[in-house]
Design a protein around this ligand. Structure first.
Ligand code: 1HN
Length: 350
C-alpha cells in the first residue's frame, strides 16, 4: 500500500472509532450489502418428505399434550435460517398434529395463519364463532386478531401444515396475543357453513358489511377446488411455466385471501414439463396429488403426496409432473410484496 493510502486508511479507522461512540456508522462501508443488484436470499431450497417426518410428528404426540404445548407443532426450519423459526425470510411453517379427543385452546394474535390439511377428516377448527371440519386438501385461514381453536372428535390423528406471517409481524414489531378464558370454548353464533354460503356462492350481503383485512371465507374446501381444476384443465391454454395455476381470493375484493400471504393451487397435467421461471417471493409448496420433480440448476427436488418443499426468491426453477396429473398447493409473501410494488418475476425462454 502506498504511503498516501496507508495514511488515508488510518484516518478513516480513527474517524470510524470517533463516530461509533455517537451511534453513527458510514454508509459507504456497507452500502453494497444493503442495496443488492438482485435478490440473494439466505433461504435454501429444501424438501421435507412426509413419509419421513410423519413419524416424528406422531412421536411428538407421545411426548407432549396439546394442553402443555398449546399447539403441538414441529417447525419446518430452513437450513439457511437456523435458529429463526423460519421457512423463508418472511414466513413461518410448521406441521401440526391434533389427536382424537384433544383440543387446542382458543387464542388470538395479530399474525395471520393459513392451514393446509394433509391427513384426517375428524378435526375441526373454530374461527371467529364458526366451526369448520378439516378435510385433506382444505385451505383454511385465520385472519389477523381472529379467535381460533382446534379439536378432534374422531378416532384418527389429523395433521396439517401451518403457514404464518410471523417474521413479518416480528419485523414490524406489531405482535399482540391473548388467550380466551382457560378451558372455555368460544361461543358459536354461526352454524357450520355460514361463511361459504354467505360469501362463497357468488353472493354477498347487500349492506352492513365492510371488507376486512382477510377473506370472510375461512375454509376453501378441496372438493370444490379440485372439481374446478378438473373442469378448467381441458379448456384453454396452460401456462408454460405453471400449468393451470390459480390464486385463492377474497370474494369481496378479488385480492388474495390474506393481507400478507398469497396462496395458490395448480394442476400440472401428466407429462407436463414446465419452462424455467423465477419470482421474488420465496415459495412453500405442498404436493397434494401425483408426483414429479422441480429442477433448480443441478439440484432436483423429487416430490410426492404431502411432501413440502421451498423454493427461494429469484432462484430459477422448473416443475415437471410424472405420468399422472399432479396438484401443488403453494403459499408465499407475494400479497405484501405486490402491495409494496416490490414483486417481480422472470420467465426464461429455454
Ligand atoms: C398458532 O396460533 C397456531 O393456532 C399454529 O394453530 C402455529 C405458531 C406460532 C404462533 C401461533 C394455531 C402457531 C401459532
Amino acid at each position: 500500500m502506498s504511503e498516501e493510502n496507508t495514511s488515508k486508511k488510518i484516518a478513516r479507522t480513527n474517524f470510524y472509532e470517533q463516530i461509533e461512540k455517537k451511534s453513527l456508522t458510514p454508509l459507504w462501508e456497507v452500502m453494497q450489502n444493503l442495496v443488492l443488484p438482485e435478490p440473494k436470499s439466505p433461504c435454501i431450497p429444501k424438501i421435507w418428505k412426509y413419509d419421513d417426518i410423519r413419524k416424528d410428528i406422531l412421536e411428538a404426540g407421545d411426548i407432549i399434550s396439546t394442553e402443555e404445548a398449546e399447539r403441538r407443532v414441529l417447525i419446518l426450519e430452513n437450513p439457511g435460517l437456523l435458529g429463526t423459526s423460519r421457512i423463508t425470510r418472511s414466513l413461518y411453517a410448521g406441521m401440526q398434529l391434533i389427536l382424537p379427543g384433544e383440543t387446542a385452546r382458543n387464542h388470538r394474535h395479530t399474525q395471520t395463519a393459513l392451514r393446509f390439511v394433509l391427513e384426517g377428516s375428524s378435526a375441526y377448527t373454530t374461527v371467529e364463532g364458526e366451526k369448520t371440519t378439516m378435510h385433506r386438501g382444505d385451505f383454511i385461514i385465520t385472519p389477523p386478531w381472529g379467535w381460533h381453536e382446534h379439536g378432534n372428535n374422531g378416532d384418527q390423528p389429523t395433521i396439517w401444515l401451518d403457514g404464518l406471517d410471523i417474521p413479518i409481524v416480528q419485523f414490524l414489531d406489531t405482535s399482540f396475543a391473548e388467550h380466551y378464558d382457560k378451558n372455555v370454548e368460544q361461543p358459536l353464533p354461526k352454524p357450520e357453513g355460514d361463511a361459504i354460503a354467505r360469501y362463497g356462492s357468488g353472493l354477498a350481503p347487500i349492506d352492513n358489511f365492510s371488507a376486512s383485512a382477510a377473506s370472510p371465507i375461512f375454509n376453501y374446501p378441496y372438493s370444490t377446488t379440485r372439481e374446478a381444476l378438473e373442469k378448467m384443465k381441458g379448456n384453454g391454454e396452460l401456462d408454460v411455466c405453471h400449468g393451470l395455476k390459480m390464486k385463492y381470493t377474497n370474494p369481496l375484493t378479488g385480492d388474495y385471501a390474506m393481507p400478507t400471504m398469497a396462496a395458490f393451487i395448480q394442476l400440472l397435467p401428466s407429462g407436463f414439463t414446465g419452462k424455467k421461471y423465477c419470482s421474488t417471493d420465496s415459495t412453500v409448496f405442498v404436493c397434494v396429488e401425483g408426483e414429479g420433480k422441480t429442477t433448480l440448476g443441478d439440484t432436483e427436488i423429487h416430490w410426492t403426496e404431502n411432501d413440502t418443499f421451498v423454493i427461494p426468491s429469484w432462484v430459477p426453477h422448473s416443475h415437471n409432473s410424472s405420468n399422472i396429473d399432479a396438484v401443488l398447493f403453494s403459499f408465499s409473501d407475494r400479497a405484501i410484496q405486490q402491495k409494496c410494488g416490490l414483486w417481480r418475476e422472470k420467465r426464461y425462454s429455454n
